[in-house]
Ligand binder design. Sequence first.
Ligand code: CNA
Length: 238
Amino acid sequence: MTEPIKQLRELVDQSERIVFFGGAGVSTESGIPDFRSTGGLYHQEWKYPPEEILSHTFYKSNPEEFFRFYRAKMLAPDARPNAAHRKLAEWERQGKLTAVITQNIDGLHQAAGSRNVLELHGSVHRNHCERCGKFYALDEILHTQGVPRCSCGGIIKPDVVLYEEGLDQDVLQAAVRALMEADMLIIGGTSLNVYPAAGLISYYRGDRLVLINKSPVGRDLDARLVITDPIGQVFSQL
Ligand code: CNA
């Protein structure tokens, strides 16, 4: 076992209220591309940049193109949890981890068995008709083409937070509470470039902060330990 993994293990052993804060990098080893890595969505050719397509204005003005991108790039129904998702779920079952706070919308933490998953940016698994509010599961969306329509004729919108849209206040408050009560914070697979999500980590006041990220992040962190190996590989050694 390498020295950083040994140190991470010791910090985990000393902790009872771990919070994990993560992003797209947690799911790249499950085959879902992130935004900012080479090979990520920002390096691919689309007629519009991803942040424009994923904005509320674009969704309203050009739903056909929005859903073309969304279906091609945001839905990954065959992806399965990797070692990071699985270990976090195990820690929760053991009573060591209180919350996973994620910017991901893929549902892989729940698929691995995590229960207290605070989805800052929503989930592709929940979809509602904009007109009548009827709920649709992901499977039903996958059986439609183009702009998904409800039986009432309304557009079915994924419960995914688009740029220009606000975050759910209850989820935000629960995340703040978990961070304030945490005795260890592991941040992983996120560039910490997207706000207000990235600002939440300031609520953590403890001295066991660990960063597991392949590339440098968008803000200064007072981390006890920084690991730049792939997060799934790291967790598979714990
Ligand atoms: P990002 O900005 O794309 O950053 C990802 C970070 O993870 C980068 O710094 C990478 O270096 C790092 N990284 C990539 N793979 C690994 C790995 N295996 N191990 C360790 N580090 C790795 O993504 P953020 O989450 O920070 O940005 C926020 C956006 C991206 C959120 O709004 C998400 O909804 C959105 N997103 C989500 C998904 C998903 O749900 N799986 C996929 C793509 C984008």
